[in-house]
Design a protein around this ligand. Structure first.
Ligand code: SF4
Length: 389
């Protein structure tokens, strides 16, 4: 069997000002301020997706939103539209650094939204006037409402609450952090980003905090143990902020987004779910997934034909196999070894290779398969093959 070419690691994320070319056109990523979108912004994004793209919208694992299939000659019009909606940064550097994930469960009076705004402003100033230059994938998680919920999501600097209610700031991957007062949290977070940059965390424009803290000692003062907590398992249903609903493969049509705009402001999550702010009952919208839907037990990347690196279509296969995934299990179907949709290990993984799908149990797309060369047709005819040892 000939080996597929290794996947291309780009090392940066698309933005609005610096979109990424995919197999179905430009991918324009929108970073909502504070992780939420007003109804007007949601409706405006639906219109942009319909008029200038292929009408598909992705909700990313970094709690952002992507307009897909944007025609290159429409990119300027999309930027004008985003600017009118208050969703455009002044330059690509600021946009790239504004990777701030916010717990979707914040309350109006808990200070989280103000912290997010202050961090945005401080980062913008540090980039413009203090030569702060962070890698494109470097990000912050403001996870300071009760028990942390974003620990499984990608971030490099985390701000959480201890069980006693204090704010603790720590580098991703570290076991200790420092207690900060609310008024100094933003300054200390940006200082920690500066420490990462000046202590050799970046090589050839790339670098992540977790790898860096494995190599060197933390700055002085980072000596308070990070509290242990159970992994947060997100599920559709009522949350303190509103109704959380799933989207199959984290994607929807512009018409669905327009319908959501008529219901409530949206809070984005890294779990391929959205929170309809203030909504207390399940919204009656066919595309939303609610508790018990088998499609919540599968994930799949864009795959072929929209992704140029994909070796096979994957979403239709994942949807067909969903009902056969055991209740406590999870299936990741990937179009290539890059594993974009789920970089972590999964109980069941199918990864497209040049000769068919490889099946991996309890591993990632690059772990040892237990069987290779499975065709999509065979998997559909014999879904029990997935769970056989
Ligand atoms: S994992 Fe999927 S989306 Fe990512 S590069 Fe491979 S085929 Fe494309």
């Amino acid at each position: 069997m000939s080996r597929p070419p290794p996947p291309i690691i780009k090392g940066w994320c698309p933005g609005a000002l610096r979109p990424m070319l995919s197999g179905d056109g430009l991918v324009v990523r929108v970073r909502p301020h504070g992780g939420c979108l007003s109804r007007e912004q949601v409706g405006g994004l639906a219109t942009l997706a319909r008029h200038h793209g292929n009408g598909l919208i992705d909700f990313s694992a970094r709690a952002n939103l992507q307009l897909r299939g944007i025609r290159p000659d429409s990119h300027a019009a999309v930027l004008d539209g985003l600017c009118a909606l208050g969703l455009l940064d002044p330059d690509p550097e600021t946009e790239s650094a504004r990777n701030i994930m916010v717990t979707p469960f914040w309350q109006a009076d808990d200070g989280t939204h103000a912290l997010a705004q202050a961090l945005e402003n401080r980062l913008r100033h540090a980039i413009a006037h203090e030569n702060l230059q962070l890698p494109g994938k470097f990000g912050f998680a403001l996870d300071c409402v009760g028990q942390p919920v974003l620990r499984q999501a990608s971030a490099d600097i985390r701000l959480e609450r201890t069980p006693a209610g204090a704010l603790i700031l720590y580098p991703d991957g570290a076991y200790t952090g420092r207690i900060v007062e609310p008024h100094e949290a933003v300054e200390q977070a940006v200082a920690l980003a500066g420490w990462f940059m000046h202590s050799g965390g970046i090589t050839n424009g790339r670098g992540r905090m977790a790898a860096h803290v494995r190599r060197i000692s933390l700055p002085d003062g980072y000596d308070v143990p990070v509290p242990a907590c159970l992994p947060f398992i997100p599920a559709p249903g009522l949350t303190p902020a509103g109704w959380m609903a799933g989207l199959a493969f984290g994607q929807c049509q512009a018409a669905t987004l327009a319908a959501l705009a008529s219901m409530a402001p949206l809070r984005l999550t890294p779990w391929r779910m959205v929170v309809l702010q203030g909504v207390c009952t399940p919204p009656a919208l066919a595309d939303l997934l609610h508790a018990g839907d088998a499609r919540l037990r599968v994930t799949a990347c864009t795959g072929a034909p929209a992704c140029p690196q994909a070796l096979a279509p994957v979403r239709a296969l994942a949807a067909d196999l969903a009902a056969f995934v055991p209740e406590q299990a999870f299936l990741h179907v990937s179009g290539c070894a890059k594993g974009c949709a789920h970089p972590q290990a999964a109980p069941l993984t199918l990864v497209a290779q040049s000769g068919g799908f490889a099946l991996i149990h309890h591993g990632t797309t690059t772990d040892q398969p237990i069987v290779c060369n499975l065709s999509a047709e065979r998997l559909r005819a014999h879904p029990e093959l997935m769970t056989k040892d």
